[in-house]
Ligand binder design. Sequence first.
Ligand code: NAP
Ligand code: F7E
Length: 338
Amino acid sequence: MTGKRAFITGITGQDGYYLTRLLLEQGYDVHGLVRRTSSMPRRRIDQLREEMPDYAERITLYYGDVTDASGVIRIVMEQEPDEVYNLAAQSHVRVSFDNPAYTQAVNADGCLHLLEAVRLLNQRKPVKFYQASTSEMYGGIPGTAPQSETTPFHPRSPYASAKVAAFHHTVNYREAYGIFACNGILFNHESPLRGENFVTRKITLAAARIRAGLQSQLALGNLDVMRDWGYAGDYVEAMWLMMQQDESDDFVIASGETHSIRELLDLAFGAVNLDWQDYVVIDKRYLRPTEVEFLRGDASKARRVLGWQPKTSFEELVQMMVDSDCQLAADERRRECS
Ligand code: NAP
Ligand code: F7E
């Protein structure tokens, strides 16, 4: 047991699940912020509690919202965590074009509220801060050179602009107040627990449901983009490693490979012996006013300083997601037939 206490915003999300799991295994008590909603959106945390019943008591949840500065500051000051991980975000890039001001409030101002809380607590005891930064900040950088910590930002969505602001707030608090504050610049990372409206999960779920006879078509947007996709379970290890350093810094976390959506479709539909061209239609509702065409990360600094490298290949990731979605489709089919 480390006896350490972590506070995680965004604990109900994909990364929240994997990070909570890792921290519990490391002996942490995990405190998390959850939003009050009319239904209980705790699917992933409930799953974790079932999978790790011996650890369930070490998870404590608090109602709150990162847009509510006073609530966030009160919780941090009362709970006195050793490490704060700010994962909360309106994390869908396409959706950020529909609600830009809200995205800014959550993704940029929310980070600032957490940083204020950490600054105040730091006057009482040492506390470390992690900000969930993103490869989307590189956005429209021309060419195909891999993006590293020294690549300039060129955000191409309200989501990315807000994340750039949060990145700079984090660096500024580090420089202005000397607090431990780091940015993990994570490239796309996926898993069987990925939200169903991100392209990887949308594709693996559709392949599984079409195979099971539960769906007949898959509507997608722009197929001409390239992404550096990794496994979320590997990437949360990098978050934790950044927080174990003596000095805070910013790190790119990526696989170093890039793949097209067509390759993703080939793998996912191939895994269930289908040809995606028979099922995919293009729907302009899924296009974005500005697109990020090409991402490939250079994580050599993380490899050198943190000793981090990904363990799961792109092919293994897609197979893992298809297998999980085939299981879900089989369950859905059983329910339909009973
Ligand atoms: P996710 O599954 O969409 O989870 C987002 C989390 O943020 C959820 O727990 C959500 O709560 C919470 N949240 C949203 N608005 C909030 C608010 N106003 N106050 C408090 N909590 C709020 O995202 P993810 O994939 O786990 O990503 C985690 C973080 O990493 C995000 O900041 C994302 O922008 C960033 N990131 C992700 C990737 C990636 O490829 N996954 C790459 C780079 C950076 P509800 O459950 O209530 O919605
Ligand atoms: O889109 C294209 C789409 O929504 C990937 C977030 O976690 O990673 C994620 O952002 C690509 C885009 O992820 C569909 O146009 C085509 O080019 O899966 P996505 P994202 O936008 O890269 C970054 C690193 C984050 O930080 C974000 O929080 O796929 N695409 N057709 C589609 N995308 C979606 N969602 N749906 C489609 O039908």
